[in-house]
Each structure stands twice: as structure tokens, then as C-alpha cells.
Design a protein around this ligand. Structure first.
Ligand code: 8YV
Length: 324
């Protein structure tokens, strides 16, 4: 029997390409000279898609509609906001993501970003490298510090909780906002982001992206965070009203921001580059070889589960597995 056909929406790590090729006939969209021609040719056969936010391809209802045999969409990443999971559910298509295997890495990165933002470690290192320590003396005492801070986490899911555990170890009190108060959690709950921001001076976004959280952090939330406020985003750029954030940083309505994610990746708004009170990372939250290998393997395991008639390992809640 011939192998089922799989569409890769963009480049993937070799581990994924090689793993998928064992069970599928793999078609690479980004390698096609004429993408539309490729899609037209393979659409009737495609039963699996492998994608990820980094490919820039939106797996929406219209794209899914082109593949009558589609059964599974394997997403590289825990966040699957580039896939219309509700549409997949209506079509009986399983969506899988890569939860758990990246939780601790992303939380580690978040604390690194928070420390760098508060204590200007990036600039202090430049001071040394530029020979200024010997020439001009000590790097300045930083206006930011984690001492006496209190942290508010927007989105207390798996990653939010791993961040909270680390902040607890740093001696920082923790509050959170999410759609619901969690009964088994002792941190202080606030029912809206403005109330949370008003009660803390350090706001960390760890919520999923997508329509539900679009522009959740707006000018009013940043205003409530206040002039000592540090804002950290490792979730999705879409959660923040970017012009409002740039404005707040420029006008010093907040102290500083540490950002790993942006609206328009990788071509971010150039206004960010002008800000001296923002630390900017190129979406590296999960980007270690260790963690990316684990994520890649999980993508392969989910796709191969379909090809071999087994249950997928990590279907998303919108598309529970009920059989192939
Ligand atoms: C990946 C991420 O870099 O897991 C996620 O949701 O944002 C990152 O870990 C990204 O998904 C790659 O497409």
C-alpha cells in the first residue's frame, strides 16, 4: 500500500522531515516553484498537514477545505493560533500540538528575560565588551530590580505555573488573571487584566494567542501597571496592542519591557529598535536543541500515530480523539 500524503507548510527541523518520511509521502510547500500548482496537484491525496507558527501559513477553514481526505494537522509548538481548531473540529480533523515538553524551557527563558530587563544584564555586558569598565568605571546602578517586586501572570496554564514556581523561589508574591479563578491555586486572582496590573508592578504574559486574547494588553492595562512597571511577553505578539506598548515605553509610562514575541515576526515594528528600555529576543522561548528535539519528536509521534492507526499523543482540547 502506498504511504499517505503529508503537506509540510514550511521548513521544519530535519528530525521532523526524516521522521515523517518514514510513514508519509512528504510534500514541501516552500520548496515548490509554483505553490498553487503543487497544492492543486496534491490536494486530493493529502490526509496530513505538518505546520507551525514560524511557517507563516494560516491553516484556516479555506485551506482545510482544499483537502477532502484531511485527518490530522500536527503543529510544531504548543501555541496553535495559526490553525483554526474550531473549523478542524467541524471537519472531524484532529489537531495536535507540543505541550509539556517545552514548559520548563519557556519558563527558564522567561526568568532570564525578566532578569535581563530588570537588571540590564545585556547592556552591562556590552559595557564590558566595549572596554568601558576599564575606561569609564562601573556600569550604572540599575533603576530596575526584582527586589520588592510583585508579579502578575496573565494566563496561568502550564507555562504560567512553571513561571510562577520560579518567581516563588525568587521570593516574589504572585497574582494572576485568567478566564477563571483556579480552585487549587493559592495565588491571588484578579478577574480582569487592569485590576491585576494595578496590583502588581511586573506583568508577565503567558496566555495563548488567537482571537480571544487579541489586544488583551492595551494602553489602559499598561497605564495601570505604572511607571515602575516591567512588562514581559513570551506568549504571542497579538496579545498586546503594540503601538500602545511602544508609546508607553517611549513616554516612560512603564519602566521597561522584555519581549520574545511580536505581531509581525520576523519583520518586527522598527520602532522597537529605537527603545532603550526594551529587551528584544527573536522568539527563542523554546529554542534549545534539547527542547526543540523533544518538540519535533512529539510532532512526528502524533503524525505517525495517524499513519499507523494509533491514537494521537497530544490532541488539542477542541479536537478530542474519537477514532480515525
Ligand atoms: C515555537 C512557540 O518557536 O510553542 C510555541 O507555541 O511559540 C515556539 O515554541 C513556534 O511554535 C515554532 O513554530
Amino acid at each position: 500500500m502506498s504511504k499517505p500524503a503529508l503537506l509540510m507548510t514550511g521548513p521544519m527541523m530535519p528530525l521532523i522531515g526524516e521522521g515523517a518520511a518514514k510513514a508519509f509521502a512528504v510534500h514541501w510547500l516552500h520548496e515548490a516553484a509554483d505553490r498553487e500548482a503543487l497544492l492543486q496537484k496534491i490536494a486530493p491525496e493529502i490526509s496530513a498537514i505538518c505546520t507551525g507558527g514560524h511557517t507563516g501559513v494560516k491553516t484556516d477553514d479555506a485551506l482545510m477545505a482544499r483537502f477532502p481526505k484531511l485527518r490530522i494537522i500536527g503543529n510544531f509548538g504548543v501555541g496553535y493560533d495559526s490553525i483554526d481548531a474550531a473549523a478542524a473540529a467541524r471537519r472531524g480533523v484532529i489537531v495536535t500540538n507540543t505541550p509539556d515538553v517545552l514548559t520548563e524551557e519557556v519558563a527558564d527563558t522567561t526568568l532570564g528575560l525578566l532578569l535581563t530587563t530588570a537588571r540590564e544584564l545585556n547592556k552591562a555586558e556590552q559595557w564590558l565588551r566595549q572596554g568601558r569598565w576599564a575606561k569609564d568605571g562601573d556600569y550604572r546602578l540599575t533603576p530596575g530590580s526584582l527586589r520588592d517586586r510583585s508579579v502578575g501572570i496573565i494566563g496561568l496554564g502550564r507555562i504560567g505555573k512553571a513561571i510562577a514556581r520560579r518567581c516563588e523561589a525568587f521570593g516574589l508574591p504572585i497574582s494572576y488573571y485568567g478566564r477563571h479563578k483556579q480552585p487549587d491555586v493559592s495565588y491571588t486572582y484578579h478577574a480582569d487584566p487592569i485590576a491585576l496590573a494595578r496590583n502588581v508592578d511586573t506583568l508577565i504574559v503567558a496566555t495563548p494567542g488567537g482571537a480571544e486574547t487579541k489586544n488583551l494588553i492595551n494602553a489602559a492595562v499598561l497605564e495601570a501597571l505604572g511607571p515602575d512597571g516591567i512588562f514581559i511577553n513570551i506568549a504571542r505578539g497579538t496579545v498586546v496592542d503594540e503601538p500602545a506598548l511602544i508609546d508607553a515605553l517611549k513616554a516612560r509610562r512603564i519602566l521597561a519591557a522584555g519581549l520574545d514575541v511580536f505581531w509581525n515576526e520576523p519583520k518586527i515594528d522598527p520602532a522597537f529598535l529605537e527603545l532603550d528600555n526594551a529587551v528584544l529576543l527573536p522568539h527563542v522561548g523554546s529554542a534549545s536543541i534539547h527542547t526543540r528535539n523533544a518538540m519535533g519528536q512529539l510532532v512526528v509521534d502524533n503524525l505517525v500515530a495517524y499513519a499507523t492507526g494509533k491514537p494521537p499523543k497530544t490532541p488539542v482540547p477542541e479536537t478530542p480523539f474519537k477514532g480515525w
